[in-house]
Design a protein around this ligand. Structure first.
Ligand code: G6P
Length: 607
């Protein structure tokens, strides 16, 4: 979603800001802008892409060495130039960028308008600029702290003012902001990728922090202006990880990286002799582990699908009952204080607002909470009691791919570890370790289906609807395949449990309906074959994702794509690959902007 960048140092700010904003493009946005201090506040903004902002700045340059920038994903008010950030006060003395939502914006606006403030945008953010203008205080930070006292909702903000030249004031509550610590210069960003071209040293701010950043250094304050200590962390990856590296799209790059990312999630975590996993970050003692009576998984989107796969894995290996909840629904349900609950928050970004709030609700209800998170230092990673980092490297494509397979692998590791604590034998554990060690090579082989999938995409690129069917651990893969297709190709697609199809979707099947059936060899394979026969009988066009050694399905299906055979619990990591590739190639053939699908955001930091 929205992105923030700030710069203060010896250099011209604008090129640094624009470069930082371009690194945040992947998050999804519809307008962009910068403001630089130069005696007064100089702002340039527009509706549209960063390339257009570059053009605007070439025509009307702004000079100065302290400034802020923003990419906006519209929530309050249409994506217009006027509503684009930075926003200003009546006097035009300050500029402010904001991620998040000010929930009491209407009340504040009415009050401020009565006090004589003139609003020029429809945004909730503008209330913050007027509130700061209204607030008393000698310094900008004092005024920001005073203003934020009146605010309900979530924010990550960066503010500059001509009354405090050479200074950026930053604050966060519920929306991430970090400081980039350079050599004689400092950056501000909502995401580490925006500062990486300049520094690897970052300070992740906590909720409630206010930071004052100048060329001379930075200070972190609490809301009573008391100074706080915050550690400086190192970003683990480099710019190559966020470059296309010869691929036409990040999504394809990330699909093709999966043999390596699966290996990376597993690295150093398998103990062959003991037949278990080493997961030190979980922070769960054997005693705590033996007290677990149920597991609740909370997540959104693709991560929720990984959670559904996780239910099968964890129940199978640990025999602990698992429920999987949409985080957005869970957070508003009555909290059940059930002793022995382990809550698992799954989130690639570690910043999804609903997943974070679900985690907090679970904690408040007394549950131990662990996070399965990709982004190191993210809010969910820091607020959880422990967790497993995915180590999949930055995921830039909005449609999640390598994070999904990494999440399933992390769940397999967790299942193995929990299972071994609760009755899975050493021998069974060793078998699983051997299978997991072989998984990256199977992923590499599964990726070899790409040319077949591309040919298939050509036949189906005109489809208006598609149905994805699966059973057991592959039902969530059907959901994920359908989600991928609709996210990036805008074809309506539904995932369904294969047998449940008879209770409704079967009415939709005709010769124009591609039906993708997940049919790897497992205990429900004969049942899936029966379901495919039901589709065939209604004239549906069947695309079967089978596994090698399954035999020829040619008499039943229109197309078949075989991934390597694996034990059933590992299969989703392989069966999802042709579905990711199918969505990708269909979207490319339809001319869609694969890495920046309309209306979607990489990380949904508002409810
Ligand atoms: C957005 C993204 C999805 C992602 C979901 C959850 O909708 O577009 O790709 O699966 O958020 O994100 P998370 O970072 O919590 O996994």
């Amino acid at each position: 979603m929205c992105g923030i960048v700030g710069y203060v140092g010896p250099r011209e700010a604008t090129p640094v800001l624009v470069e930082g904003l371009s690194r945040l493009e992947y998050r999804g946005y519809d307008s962009a802008g910068v403001a630089v201090l130069n005696g007064g506040v100089q702002t340039r903004k527009l509706a549209g892409r960063i390339t257009r902002l570059r053009g605007l700045l070439a025509e009307a340059p702004v000079h100065g060495s302290c400034g802020i920038g923003h990419t906006r994903w519209a929530t309050h008010g249409a994506p217009t130039e006027r509503n684009a950030h930075p926003h200003s006060d009546c006097g035009g003395t300050l500029a402010l960028v904001h991620n998040g939502i000010i929930e009491n914006a209407d009340v504040l606006r009415t009050r401020l308008e009565r006090a004589g403030h003139r609003f020029v945008t429809e945004t909730d953010t503008e209330t913050l600029a007027h509130l700061i203008e209204e607030s008393a205080g000698e310094t900008l930070e004092e005024r920001v702290i005073a203003a934020l006292d009146h605010v309900e909702g979530t924010y990550g903000i960066a503010v500059v003012s001509q009354t405090d030249p050479g200074k950026i004031v930053v604050a966060r509550r519920g929306s991430p902001v970090l400081l980039g610590v350079g050599d004689g210069e400092f950056l501000v960003a909502s995401d580490a990728s925006a500062v990486l071209a300049h520094t690897r040293s970052v300070v992740y701010l906590n909720d409630g922090d206010v930071a004052v950043v100048t060329r001379a250094g930075y200070r972190v304050l609490d809301r009573h202006a008391q100074e706080q200590d915050r550690a400086v962390d190192d970003i683990e990856w480099d710019l190559d990880a966020i470059a296309l590296g010869g691929y036409p799209h990040f999504m394809l790059k990330e699909i093709c990286e999966q043999a390596e990312t699966v290996r990376s999630t597993l690295r150093g975590r398998l103990l062959a002799g003991e037949g278990t996993a080493r997961l030190n970050g979980l922070n769960l003692t054997p005693a705590q582990c033996s007290r677990i009576r149920r597991i609740v998984i909370v997540a959104c989107g693709t991560s929720w699908h990984a959670g559904l796969v996780g239910r099968h894995i964890l129940e199978e290996l640990s025999e602990i009952p698992v429920s999987v909840e949409y985080a957005s629904e869970y957070r508003y349900r009555r909290e059940l204080r059930i002793p022995g609950t382990l809550t698992i928050a799954i989130s690639q970004s570690g910043e999804t607002a609903d997943t974070l709030e679900a985690l907090r609700a679970a904690k408040a209800a007394g549950s131990t909470v662990i996070g399965l998170v990709n982004v190191v230092g993210s809010t969910i990673a820091r607020e959880a009691d422990g967790g497993i980092y995915l180590h999949a490297g930055p995921e830039i494509g909005v449609a999640s791919t390598k994070a999904f397979t990494a999440q399933v692998v992390a769940l397999l590791l967790l299942g193995l570890w929990l299972g071994r604590q609760r009755g899975l034998s050493v021998d069974e554990g060793r078998v699983m370790v051997t299978e997991l060690l072989g998984l990256p090579d199977l992923v590499a082989r599964a990726l070899q289906v790409e040319s077949q999938v591309r040919a298939l995409a050509e036949r189906h690129a005109d489809a208006r609807n598609a149905l994805y069917l699966g059973r057991g651990v592959n039902f969530p893969v059907a959901l994920e395949g359908a989600l991928k297709l609709k996210e990036i190709s805008y074809i309506h697609a539904e995932g369904y449990p294969a047998a449940e199809m008879k209770h409704g979707p079967i009415a939709l099947i005709d010769e124009n309906m591609p039906v993708v059936c997940l049919a790897p060899k497992d205990s429900v394979y004969p049942k899936v074959v029966s379901n495919m026969q039901e589709v065939k009988a209604r004239g549906g066009r069947i695309i079967a994702i089978t596994s090698e050694g399954n035999g020829d399905l040619g008499r039943l299906v229109d197309h078949q794509i075989a991934v390597p055979a694996s034990s059933p619990l590992l299969a989703p990591v392989l069966t999802v690959i042709p579905l990711q590739l199918l969505a990708y190639h269909i979207a490319v053939l339809r001319g869609c902007d694969v890495d920046r699908p309309r209306n979607l955001a990489k990380s949904v930091t508002v409810e």
